[in-house]
Write a protein that binds this ligand. Sequence first.
Ligand code: MN
Length: 130
Amino acid sequence: MGKAKILYIEDNLDNMILVKRILEIEGYEVIQAETGEEGLAKAFESHPDIVITDINLPDIDGYTITTKLKQDQGTAHIPIIAMTANVMKKDKQTVFEAGCDGYISKPIDVDELPIQIENFLKGNIKWNSQ
Ligand code: MN
């Protein structure tokens, strides 16, 4: 079985370069998007196995992206992982209510990230991140 295709939506270039590099080393195919609208378009067009999305984006936020993907029959099944520095309990609740399947905290832990992604892809996706 080939490695999974991951859509990563992120407007911060440093994070994009770092995460993309880590995931590609692991053998994943990474599709990148730098705005919410670009992310949505690429999700609908390329049917990734998983979506990782930043929350604060220049146009629409990660919550809106999640809501739209979960409302569409073609993309509703795709796990969506929020990548956010907002780790307060209230923010976790917001991520959950938006329909995200899990989250990864920023700053990104380069050793943990591949393990987290693998777990999410295996379906161990309910709030198993730190
Ligand atoms: Mn951002």
